[in-house]
Design a protein around this ligand. Sequence first.
Ligand code: ZN
Length: 99
Amino acid sequence: MFNKKLNADYIKRSLLPFDFYRHELPGATLKKHSWNDGGLCCFHADNKPGSFRVNLTTGAFKCFSCGIAGGDVIAFTMAVYGLEFVEALAKLADDWGLI
Ligand SMILES: [Zn+2]
C-alpha cells in the first residue's frame, strides 16, 4: 500500500546506498564512499567485471558496457525489477522496513 508519508526523500534519507548495494550486489567488494566496482552488471549478460560501477555516497549506478545509468537507489530498483516509480518506493519501504 502506498503510504502518504512514503516519499522519495524519506526513502533516500533512510536507506544508505552502502546497505542497499551490499544487499543487492552480494558478489561485489564495496567500500564506504563514492564510486565502487559493482561486480558483474545485473542489466546485461556480463562476464567481465569492471564496467559496472555503483556510487555508495549518492546511490547512483552506471555500466560502461551496456550504458545503463541512474542517479539513486530508487532508479536502480525501478530498472532491475522493472517497476514504476511509486512501485519502487513501495518495494524499498517494504523490503527495508521504512514504513
Ligand atoms: Zn551493463
